[in-house]
Design a protein around this ligand. Structure first.
Ligand code: AMP
Ligand code: ZN
Length: 471
């Protein structure tokens, strides 16, 4: 099926045409591992996970590469402020290496809880210093760099169409990026490719380079690693919207200058998660992590469900009331699915044409620039369709969940039993059935009331009686 993607470069929804038939290469900018990921960051990784799984649903083979930034990212996305890794190390009285390891592990644990699949290639910046040096050498040879006060800068005036991704004038770009004036730059929008130790005297992470001992700027890692693992023609590159004016703009300038042509065909950007207080960021406001949501009694998949209810290109406002609503509807959905599943008879009809027509309906929505809210509408249609057997419903729900990844079929009623004796419940249900068969309605009602007092709700259907714990 045709897959449509909103391309930030053209600001249009475009039909996706892969470079290689049936295959897709995706590069996504990964975490800076100096602190826990906040739930805004995680929204972006959920969006990228949905993209990958939707393409797979449409039969593409996906190669997904993600970097881990463990060096070179300063407080601003441009070249100002302190080094983020060092801030983490000082805060926790640990080495930068310990900080990087700890928060990288924490990040992947969060991803696992959110059913975000690990990328095929996870590449750390510090393992690719030589690749970055090689790339800077190419840029130097081609005349795109200059050295000033010990640092190697990229000269954006040498690159045609520097602002083509951001669609901003040079003045607007400048206004957005300038926090401190760096007198060493020829153009305020120039950026550092390699810092020598002239920038931070106590910089622990340092490597030898042709320009002196030092460390790379932030942007060069993504150019070096995307070119290394996906080649110089890449299908899709993703990140959050904040990356458009600085990081991705600089990445394009580096990669295209080095290889001499366009490298990325589709740029996709996830909008921000915001709170009523504004943008969620690691340095301001309440720092909301996944563990914090768990402490408040929410499951990670409540949060995934919450994110899936809106489109990735829209800002999403987070507050606990909205998350509570998501929690309730997610649980209700799983309960309904559980009651469908509990009555599935494996000898029931599973009509392939019917199943395929619903799969196509679902695919149409996810292929429309990841229209998850509409994909849920298809799920609800399936659940309500009396023409479908429960077996067909189960097959479809299972199939849709390969994209949603909400464990829709894993409703574990037992975890909600709260000390209820299952054998006793089943015995009473059998007793009630006997009473009903004997038309002893008062006894049947009496048993129903008894079960209700025990916190059990019973559901009668054509195929029998099922039960669940009341909420
Ligand atoms: P960082 O670890 O800061 O490099 O960010 C990791 C990813 O999260 C990047 O793709 C950012 O664009 C994205 N991001 C940062 N803040 C938010 C937010 N509030 N909502 C959604 N995505 C965000
Ligand atoms: Zn990046």
């Amino acid at each position: 099926m045709n897959f449509y993607i909103y391309n930030t470069m053209s600001r249009k929804k475009e039909k996706f045409i892969p470079i290689c038939m049936g295959k897709v290469g995706i590069y996504t900018c990964g975490p800076t591992v100096y602190n826990y990921a906040h739930i805004g960051n995680l929204r972006t990784y959920i969006f990228e996970d949905l993209l990958k799984k939707s393409l797979e649903y449409d039969s593409y083979r996906v190669k997904h590469v993600m970097n881990v930034t463990d060096v070179g990212h300063l407080q601003s996305d441009a070249d100002t402020g302190e080094d983020k890794m060092q801030i983490g190390a000082e805060r926790e009285n640990k080495t930068v290496w310990e900080i990087a390891k700890f928060y990288e592990d924490a990040f992947f644990k969060d991803c696992k809880k959110l059913n975000i699949r690990r990328p095929d290639v996870v590449c750390r910046a510090t393992d690719h210093i030589q690749d970055m040096i090689n790339l800077i050498k190419i840029l130097e040879k081609k005349g795109y760099t200059y050295v000033s006060n010990g640092n190697v800068y990229y000269s954006i005036d040498k690159f045609k169409d520097y602002n083509k991704l951001a669609h901003l004038s040079m003045e607007e770009l400048e206004a957005g990026s300038r926090v401190e004036v760096d007198k060493n730059k020829k153009n305020p929008l120039d950026f550092v490719l390699w810092f020598t130790n002239s920038k931070f005297k106590n910089q622990v992470m340092q490597w030898d380079s042709p320009w002196g001992r030092g460390f790379p700027g932030w942007h060069i890692e993504c150019s070096a690693m995307s070119l290394k693992y996906l080649g110089d023609r890449i299908d899709i590159h993703c990140g959050g919207v904040d990356h458009i004016p600085v990081h991705h703009t600089n990445e394009i300038a580096q990669s295209e200058a080095a290889v001499g042509h366009k490298c990325v065909n589709y740029w996709m950007h996830g909008e921000f998660l915001v709170t009523n207080a504004g943008k969620m960021s690691k340095s301001s406001g309440e720092f909301l992590t996944l563990s914090k949501l768990e402490e408040k009694g929410f499951s990670p998949l409540d949060y995934r469900y919450f994110c899936l209810q809106s489109r990735y290109r829209k800002q999403l406002i987070f507050n606990y009331d909205a998350l509570q609503q998501a929690h309730l509807s997610y649980n209700k959905l799983k309960e309904k699915i559980a009651s469908i599943i509990s009555t599935v008879d494996e000898s029931e009809r599973a009509d392939e044409n019917l199943i395929d027509s619903y799969k196509s309906k679902f695919m149409e929505q996810i292929c429309d620039d990841l229209n998850m809210p509409n994909a849920f509408t298809v799920l609800f249609e399936v659940m309500k369709d009396d023409e479908l057997t429960n077996r067909e419903k189960k097959i479809l729900i299972e199939s849709f969940d390969t994209v949603f990844s909400l464990d829709l079929l894993k409703y574990d009623d037992k975890q909600n039993l709260r000390g209820i004796d299952e054998d006793e419940v089943n015995r009473l249900i059998t007793e009630r059935k006997e009473a009903r068969d004997n038309k002893n309605w008062s006894k049947a009602d009496e048993i129903r009331d008894k079960l209700s007092d025990m916190g059990i709700e019973i559901l009668d259907s054509k195929s029998g009686t099922t039960w669940r714990v009341k909420r």
